[in-house]
Design a protein around this ligand. Structure first.
Ligand code: GCO
Ligand code: MG
Length: 404
């Protein structure tokens, strides 16, 4: 079997997604997700200019070899653009292989290790009462676990919290020029334990509560927050310090038993080396799309398993349904699955991608269709072209640019 065509599809049914479609001489097709939120076109160029011409004529069954060819063969290794491009190829090849076998991908990864996948959804509010309402909504939707983020008194726009204009209409957080949010770490550190206290008081001790600090704290600030949250038993504190510095987590870990989750911006096992071998974290947050595909993510998950670290793939709406489907197959198969982030997709996104995965009673399942189980409607995709859309930036109150 040979690859005879490789096409990159960019579509924006609400937000931008980049998809690679490979076709074989037998007429089989495979899809892979290459979406890098806010930097989408760099991956389109990497794929179209430097990768797809090399794929024509290759045997699609040689997944490991193709991965090594694109990773080692380029000489320049790692980085989000490279790894998103390689991920798309890797997933498209797994999709083809599983279709040839007539099996859902998870069967090729060892078969189902569980019946369904626990998820968490996002709750947010500009103040605590609005957050409590949002948690109620997520629970009514069936989510068994909830990430809580709230506005901080004195700040106008904070990560993870929706904003509205003067007429009450929602302001999309992605814009043609980045929105500017504001930040004050002391105010946040005072407010966040109170937010947890209010949610625990309303929903009791049993509900798994997660929180994302989005890389904004120094190690000693993160240690303080971890300690202050201990009475409320968070499921995890995510990305408490900037992700580049693995050693920072040593200090945080020494001071708190609050579980730590890290890794959505990582793209290589080397980003995790210290974190995993020194057991500085409890959850690895990488997903297929930004980590070079199913092939390397499986290796990371197995590595983490030796240290009793569990998996929790990144899963906001900026992972396309193709990338989500690939992650769900891996989630179902690996022994150390922890939880899957899932914020759902718009109805139009479901029409463009037509995924066969299901979300029932707060649990996902990748479905049993051969391959990864996603069909792309290319005509509908073409009717919704790319639009420039950037994530916000974040400034301290004196104007200094801070982590977003
Ligand atoms: C999460 C993430 C997202 C990111 C987004 C950026 O935990 O889901 O932090 O909310 O901000 O993926 O593209
Ligand atoms: Mg996050």
């Amino acid at each position: 079997m040979k690859i005879v065509d490789a096409k990159v599809v960019v579509t924006s049914p609400g937000r931008n997604f980049v998809t690679l479609k490979l076709t074989t001489d037998d007429g089989l097709t495979g899809l892979g997700d290459a979406t890098l939120n806010g930097r989408e076109l760099s991956v389109v160029s990497y794929l179209s200019d430097h990768v797809t011409p090399l794929l024509i004529g290759l045997d699609p069954h040689r997944i490991e070899d193709t991965w090594q060819y694109l990773y080692r063969g380029a000489y320049w290794r790692r980085g989000p653009v490279t790894m998103a491009a390689i991920a798309a190829v890797d997933v498209a090849l797994w999709d083809i292989k599983a279709k040839v076998a007539g099996l859902p991908l998870y069967q090729l990864l060892g078969g189902a290790g569980r019946d369904r996948l626990r998820t968490y959804g996002h709750a947010d509010g500009r103040d605590i009462p609005e957050l409590l309402d949002s948690v109620r909504t997520r629970l009514a939707e069936g989510y068994p676990a909830v990430r809580i983020q709230s506005g901080v008194p004195g700040l106008k726009a904070v990560y993870g919290v929706h904003t509205t204009d003067a007429h009450g209409a929602a302001v999309p957080h992605q814009q043609a020029r980045p929105l500017v949010e504001d930040w004050d770490t002391d105010a946040y550190l005072r407010h966040t334990p109170a937010m947890f206290e209010a949610v625990r008081a309303e929903f009791g001790p049993g509900l798994p509560l997660l929180h994302d600090a989005h890389h904004r704290l120094t190690p000693i600030q993160a240690a303080r927050l971890g300690k202050d949250l201990e009475p409320y038993r968070p499921f995890w504190l995510e990305d408490c310090t900037p992700a580049e510095n693995q050693e920072a987590l040593r200090l945080v870990r020494r001071h708190t038993t609050t579980p730590l989750a890290v890794g959505e911006v990582f793209n290589s096992v080397f980003d995790y080396q210290t974190l995993v071998t020194e057991q500085l974290i409890d959850y690895v947050r990488s997903t297929v799309t930004h980590f070079g595909g199913v092939t390397p993510l499986r290796k990371l998950f197995d590595f983490a398993a030796q240290y009793q670290i569990r998996t929790a793939p990144h899963g906001p709406e900026d992972i396309s349904p193709v990338g989500m489907a690939a992650a769900l197959h891996l989630d179902l198969a690996v022994h150390n699955f922890g939880i899957q982030e899932y914020s759902g997709y718009t109805p139009l996104t479901h029409e463009v991608f037509r995924p066969s995965f299901t979300f029932t009673d707060g649990h996902l399942h990748p479905g049993t269709a051969p391959g990864i189980g996603v069909d792309l409607d290319e005509d509908l995709a073409a009717a919704h072209p790319y639009r420039a859309a950037y994530l916000p930036v974040n400034r301290l109150q004196d104007g200094t640019l801070h982590d977003w």
